[in-house]
Design a protein around this ligand. Structure first.
Ligand SMILES: *[C@@H]1O[C@H](CO)[C@@H](O)[C@H](O)[C@H]1NC(C)=O
Ligand SMILES: *[C@@H]1O[C@H](CO)[C@@H](O)[C@H](O)[C@H]1NC(C)=O
Ligand SMILES: *[C@@H]1O[C@H](CO)[C@@H](O)[C@H](O)[C@H]1NC(C)=O
Ligand SMILES: *[C@@H]1O[C@H](CO)[C@@H](O)[C@H](O)[C@H]1NC(C)=O
Ligand SMILES: *[C@@H]1O[C@H](CO)[C@@H](O)[C@H](O)[C@H]1NC(C)=O
Length: 735
């Protein structure tokens, strides 16, 4: 793991370089903020331009890559940025060099280099830089590297690291160094053509033998060392190596790759404060240039009781993407949601290119279900993308699928966060045991202070994977089942192990994650109870869309003196509240004796059910405080309501039970009275009359509330409902 760099040493004041940070280990890198890193880095790259001794054309970069991995792509991007002359060896060849990084191997690299050097025999004055590519980026240009190389006063310079690998018995043969790193790392070296030839010509081993061991044995031989005029970059002036500890320890390996990926989100000049993301627009797919839209297989996962599922499905339907290009697969593991899915299926079964539902009766594990979804795309050669979305993602951006496709990554997810929280669908770092850790930039990314496309080690809930990637890199993987990991952890671990980068983009607002905690499904319409857990979604579902216009457009009406009339509940809120009450069913019957109230006697009884009876009083009072109190303040200026009410109930008027209510006062400072259904449609008659003003309101509007003083001035009556059933919700506020 190497970064070629010009970053000068933090503490080395003698060279006149007090700015800059050198990353000598993961720890030090983490301790210094990246902000310093970036600022100093740019300062340095531009100030050293004046002094070079070689022409940069004389530097040839050689690297071995058998596949165009994401890491290779990133390497080339950084090389192109600095205009390095790069020659790639071995592309398309089968890799026989073993699993480098976890075990020994890499001999194939030496063999390929040896072959390539033969063709450079006549270019003795060239300097060759040989580097790994999958896990390397350039942080400085050719001039800087040549200058640094020249300063070493050697003909061949290898990267150095603090840990000896692969044969620790060779440690004592190494020359000691007073400071800096002692041991050879073959991930990068630089030298004159002839000297590189001299060293690689000694190779006569196999492709799966270890390259580092080969070079190490030459280096620890004093005669060879002198003959080849060979040294190590002990102080990491050229090669920055993040790999400071045991390579074959999986978790350390993991953490420094992740840290390296994180750095590469910024270096070289990938992102900075002034310009933001400089590479985000590169290699985009232009959908408008395609003959037709790509085919997408969508996996929808409902793996636990999830609030606002109907709204989730509505949002999915409203995505701006041709439906005949979508193959939809739904996995629902909850019996509770079968009714919602059934309805969705009936209404949309002919809308998509294909539509498949797997329900709870199949008893699939989450991992099996997710594998099934991915297989639908993997096995269908016409499937261009696999789009996975969990039911707790509320997509508010209708362009989401298009935007993700356009970004053109093998695996990419949109950033979604819990409203007003730092909780999101990605992790910026992993702890040593593979779980959540916070990266330095996590909060800025979540809050949109840094905008871009970020290489990250873990994500879940929503992502797009290329069909090609499923059929190639992930071909033989049981993507969601690995050891005992959660399915999402398994997927990300598989991707990381294969060197597949996972990106999360926050270049647009995409939507949010809802909370699925505390979802009690023992009521009839359970979302009504979500006012605390998911306030934003509750508001969108249950508050009248015109509610805010009370404050902006002054749409509030005053049909009788001091009787105010305004929209507050949505259609859905009205319907669900009525359903909830009818489902409960124990209407009081309008009798004077009433055990539910203090004293047990009601002088003006209605046929009603109290909110408390359906266990909705806390939620209802919260609704009053959130949505009624602001209106009170507007109309009764100077009166600050406590927003408190003991009597909160739904009244039912119907000709054959109770059709009207005789004139009365309310035991309240003011009363709200919300119509829960439609005159004309659901009932005839009804309304309210205020005696003092000889004023009646005979056409109540569904979802609209009256608000009027309860005592003294506002003696009122409920006018007879002549047909059908009328429902109202009433609260006596500040009794
Ligand atoms: C390496 O070569 C340089 C000249 O290019 C020479 O000054 C130096 O002494 C040599 N070092 C060794 C260890 O041979
Ligand atoms: C769910 O609601 C029911 C009915 O109100 C209540 O009895 C039960 O305690 C609630 N369960 C939880 C876990 O809150
Ligand atoms: C909101 O107000 C507009 C304009 O007055 C009206 O057309 C629309 O139907 C109202 N929406 C609802 C849900 O009441
Ligand atoms: C009340 O108003 C109605 C018309 O709205 C009118 O016919 C009636 O005479 C009024 N009653 C009184 C007592 O003013
Ligand atoms: C009462 O309502 C029902 C439907 O709910 C309708 O069929 C009937 O005609 C109505 N009667 C009157 C008198 O409006």
């Amino acid at each position: 793991m190497v970064i070629l760099t010009l970053l000068c040493i933090y503490s080395n004041k003698r060279k006149g370089c007090t700015l800059g940070i050198r990353i000598t280990s993961v720890d030090i890198g983490l301790r210094f903020g990246l902000e310093h890193f970036l600022v100093f880095f740019f300062f340095l790259t531009y100030t050293f331009y004046f002094s070079f001794f070689f022409s940069p054309e004389k530097l040839l970069v050689l690297t071995v890559a058998t596949q165009e991995t994401d890491g290779f792509h990133r390497f080339m991007q950084s090389a192109n940025y600095f205009k390095f002359n790069v020659k790639v060896l071995g592309m398309g060849e089968e890799w026989k060099g073993g699993d480098v990084g976890r075990s020994i191997g890499g001999g194939q690299k030496v063999r390929l280099l040896k072959e390539a050097m033969e063709s450079l025999a006549d270019q003795e004055d060239f300097v060759v830089l040989f580097v790994d590519s999958y896990d390397l980026i350039f942080a400085g240009g050719p001039e800087e590297i040549l200058r640094k190389f020249q300063q070493t006063n050697h003909k061949l310079v290898f990267a150095a690291e603090g840990i000896i690998w692969p044969d620790s018995r060779l440690a004592e043969k190494y020359p000691s160094v007073r400071n800096g790193k002692r041991f050879l790392n073959s991930g990068g070296f630089i030298g004159y053509t002839r000297y590189i030839q001299k060293i690689v010509n000694q190779w006569d081993l196999h492709d799966n033998d270890d390259d580092q061991l080969f070079y190490t044995k030459i280096y620890v031989d004093p005669l060879q060392r002198e003959k080849l005029n060979m040294t190590l970059d002990h102080k990491c002036e050229i090669f920055q190596n993040l790999n400071g500890a045991v390579v074959n320890n999986h978790f350390f390996f993991l953490s420094y790759i992740i840290y390296f990926n994180y750095l590469a989100n910024y270096i070289p000049n990938v992102w900075n404060y002034e310009q933001g993301c400089t590479i985000c627009d590169q290699d985009m797919v232009d959908l408008s240039q395609l003959k037709e839209f790509p085919q997408v297989t969508v996996g929808i996962y409902i793996e636990q009781p999830t609030p606002f599922l109907t709204e989730f499905l509505e949002r999915f339907l409203s995505l701006d993407y041709p439906k005949d290009k979508l193959n939809v697969f739904v996995h629902n593991s909850e019996v509770y949601h079968e009714k919602h899915i059934q309805k969705f299926w009936e209404e949309n079964k002919d809308v998509f290119r294909s539509f498949k539902v797997v329900g709870p009766e199949e008893t699939l594990t989450q991992g099996e279900a997710r594998n099934m979804g991915i297989d639908l795309c993997r096995k269908d050669l016409s499937c261009d993308y696999y789009f996975s979305i969990d039911a707790d993602v509320m997509l508010t951006n209708r362009q989401t699928i298009k935007l993700l496709i356009e970004q053109n990554r093998k695996i990419i997810g949109p950033l979604v966060t819990r409203h007003g929280k730092l909780w999101s669908n990605f992790w910026g770092a992993l702890s040593l045991d593979g779980y959540y850790a916070r990266s330095e930039d996590y909060i800025d990314i979540v809050q949109g202070k840094r905008v871009g496309v970020w290489n990250i080690p873990f994500m879940a809930h929503i992502y797009l994977i290329k069909g090609h990637t499923l059929r190639n890199e992930l071909k033989e993987r049981n993507v969601f089942v690995l050891e005992r990991l959660d399915p999402d952890m398994a997927m990300c671990r598989n991707a990381r192990d294969l060197g597949l980068f996972m990106y999360v983009t926050n270049r647009h607002e995409f939507g949010r994650l809802i909370s699925i905690a505390n979802y009690n499904t023992s009521h009839y319409n359970n979302d009504l109870w979500q006012i605390f857990e998911n306030p934003l979604d509750w508001r969108e579902k249950y508050i009248n869309p015109n509610y805010t216009r009370i404050f902006t457009d002054n749409i509030l009406e005053q049909p009788c003196p001091d009787v105010f009339w305004f929209p507050v509940l949505s259609e859905k809120a009205c319907d669900e509240l009525v359903e909830e009450m009818e489902n409960h069913g124990s209407w009081s019957g309008g009798k004077h004796e009433d055990k539910r109230i203090n004293g047990g006697y009601e002088t003006v009884p209605t046929d009603d059910i109290h909110m408390k009876q359906i266990d909705f009083d806390k939620e209802w009072l919260h609704f009053i405080r959130e949505f009624i109190s602001p209106v009170t303040l507007k109309v009764f200026s100077g009166y600050y309501t406590k927003g408190y009410a003991i009597m909160n109930f739904v009244v039912k008027y119907t000709p054959n039970r109770q059709a009207y209510l005789r004139p009365h006062h309310d035991s309240s400072t003011f009363t709200i009275n919300i119509a829960l259904n439609n005159k004309g449609l659901d009932f005839q008659g009804g309304g309210c009359r205020f005696h003092r003003y000889n004023c009646s309101i005979e056409s109540p509007r569904k979802g609209w509330s009256f608000m009027h003083p309860g005592r003294l001035t506002h003696l009122h009556e409920g006018l007879p409902t002549t047909n059908g059933t009328r429902y109202i919700a009433v609260s006596f506020i500040d009794p």
